[in-house]
Every structure is written in C-alpha cells, then in structure tokens.
Design a binder for this molecule. Structure first.
Ligand code: NAD
Length: 316
C-alpha cells in the first residue's frame, strides 16, 4: 500500500457487492473503485449508476467497470461473487462450485501482481477466505473474511436495545463460524466495564441471564429471518465491509471479529474463524486471545473442528 490513492477492486456486483459499493461512496471510504463481474454489462451499468450519484455526494471517487489487470496496484480486492444453491444441491457441492468460481477470480488477481489485502464476504465466509488464502498463496495475515463482524454488530444492537444503552458502550463479541456453530462468550461481555452477567445478577431479575441466551439465538437466526422476509441480506454486510476497509486504510489497529487464520491461538491451528483481531494497513496484525472459560473454549473448538472438516471436504 505505497501510493496515496485508496484503491479497491470489487469482484461480484450483486446485492452484497453493490451495497458495499454504495456504502463506500456515501462514506467516502476510498478514492478509486473498480467493479468486476462475470456479467460485464451488469458491472458497467452499476458503475454508471453510482457515477450519476457522485454529484450528490461529498466524494470524488473514480468508479469504473474494469478487469483483473486493474488489481495490480489495488490496496484491497473485495470478493462478493458467488453462485446460488441449485434445488436439491448439497452444501458441499455448492461449496465446490464456489471454490471453482474463486479459482477463476483469485488466479487472475494474483497474475496481475496484486500485493494488497483480500477481503472476502462470499459464504460460507470462513471457508471461502481459507480457499482464497490457499489459492493465492498469500501471507494469511493479508487474507481476511468478514467473519462474525456483522453478527457482533447485531449482538451489540440487541444488547443496547435490551439494556437501553448505546450499542457503542457494549463490548461483546460473536465468535467462531459465521453460521450455526457461532457463539457468544458471555464471560467476556461488558456494559461499559461491567460484566453483563454481573449486571444481570445485580438488577434483581430486571435484566435476566436467560434473556442473554435468547439474544444470542436471535443473533444467530437473524440472517434466516431477513432472508425469509426479503430473500437476501445485504445492507448490514455492506456496511460491515466498509468498517473493515476503514480500519485497513486508516491503519487503525481496530479490534474487529473478522475471519482470521488461527495459528495456535486458543489452541487452534489451520482454520479461519471469526475472532477478535487487530486490523490495520497490513490486514490482521494479531488475534486477541480473550480469557474464555472452559465451556467457551470448547464451543470455539467445536466450531473450528466443523470448519476444518468442511474445508478438508472440498479438496482444492
Ligand atoms: P448475488 O447473486 O446478488 O451476486 C453474486 C454476484 O457474483 C453476481 O453478480 C454474479 O454475476 C457474480 N459472479 C458469479 N460468478 C462469478 C465469477 N466467476 N466471477 C465474477 N463474478 C461472478 O448474491 P449476493 O446476495 O450479492 O451475495 C453474494 C455472497 O455474499 C453470497 O455468497 C452470500 O451468501 C454472501 N453474504 C455474506 C454475508 C456475510 O456476513 N459474510 C452476508 C450476506 C451475504
């Protein structure tokens, strides 16, 4: 990231990709945005549409439909491309098809000479991030996924609502797979600097611990509920991606629950999962190891074990 222009190449201009692009534009979060999609006409149309909004924004972003050569001097390549599940198709078959999609993307990105940070949103995001790292051969610190950043934002929003406290003053994380095996380590959840569980105990039943379990279930099922109502989720993830991008471009060292490669942390190896990580200009600087209790460690282990098994199954 040597030049002064903040350049992003976005691959996959569907709902998620374009929500990300729209949020980038509105938050003036980069200087140059290149759109790539297998459907070139779509990428071109999306670039035109965004450009026509420039006059109403405070941004001078350069936006255009491009190709993989444009990755050579990009700071970030964000991948939101993917194929949808066919009727009757198994999860692993879908994964294999998405791995092929990624093969057609990551190869040309690397051939361009790209040396920035990969940011992956395509689901199952922990697996697709690992696939990207494997296919690219890039230092794993520079290959990150959106992980449980959106789930964590949902958790903070719901806890803030429950306690009537600004979500920015709630410190709590969703960890593990972005999916069914994710969990909330409640021993590490704080309102201001006070543990949530202590807060519950001290308020004489007004704020109840069993409600915390209900909230973590609601966080887990949120995507499904949105999909049932409107077929897909995209605004929240688009904004989560911009948050990660800001941490990268601003060299912020912000702690976000991105999908990062665990290499001994929490006793886990060779697996990408959502864990609090310090994010800066070079991607993930390090993973923060929270003092999880034994039950929480075992839930993280189960989640990682599941992800390792799935990754093995796709035989890259
Ligand atoms: P979509 O179908 O609207 O968009 C996918 C895009 O990928 C399409 O424009 C398609 O043309 C493009 N594409 C397919 N194959 C390609 C290839 N080989 N090269 C380049 N482009 C290609 O889907 P969407 O709603 O935008 O979702 C995208 C992905 O994001 C899905 O995998 C979805 O599950 C995931 N998602 C992740 C999160 C998260 O928290 N990480 C949240 C919501 C959605």
């Amino acid at each position: 990231m040597e030049n002064n222009t903040r350049k992003i190449v976005l691959v996959g201009t569907g709902f998620v990709g374009m929500s990300f692009a729209y949020a980038l534009l509105n938050q003036n979060a980069c200087d140059e945005l290149v759109l790539i999609d297998i459907d070139k006409k779509r990428a071109m149309g999306e670039a035109m549409d965004l450009n026509h909004g420039l006059a109403f924004s405070g941004s001078h972003m350069k936006i255009y439909a491009g190709d993989y050569d444009d990755c050579s001097d990009a700071d970030i390549v964000a991948i939101c491309a993917g194929v949808a599940q066919k009727p009757g198709e198994t999860r692993i078959d879908l994964l294999k098809r998405n791995a092929e999609v990624f093969r057609s993307i990551v190869g040309p990105v690397m051939n361009s000479g790209f040396a920035g940070v990969f940011l992956i949103a395509t689901n199952p995001v922990d697996i697709m991030t690992h696939v990207t790292q494997k296919l690219s051969g890039m230092d794993y610190h520079r290959v990150i996924g959106t992980g449980t950043t959106l789930d964590t934002a949902r958790l903070r929003y719901m806890l803030g609502d429950y306690f009537s406290v600004d979500p920015r003053n709630i410190h709590a994380y969703v960890m593990g797979e972005h999916g069914d095996s994710e969990f909330v380590p409640w021993s590490q959840a704080l309102v201001a600097t006070k543990p949530v569980l202590t807060h519950c105990a001290e308020t004489g039943g007004k704020f109840c611990c069993t409600e915390m379990e209900r909230i973590s279930e609601e966080v887990k099922n949120a995507a499904q509920k949105i999909i049932e109502a409107k077929k897909a989720t995209y605004y929240g993830i688009g904004m989560a991606m911009v948050r990660i991008v800001r941490a990268i471009f601003g060299n912020e060292n912000s702690i976000l629950t991105v999908s990062a490669m665990l290499n001994g942390e929490y006793g886990q190896h060779n697996v990408y999962a959502g864990v609090p990580s310090v994010v800066n200009r070079n991607g993930v600087r390090e993973i923060v190891q929270l003092s999880l209790n034994s039950e929480e460690l075992s839930r993280l282990h189960d989640s990682c074990e599941l992800l390792r098994g799935v990754f093995k199954g796709i035989e890259l």
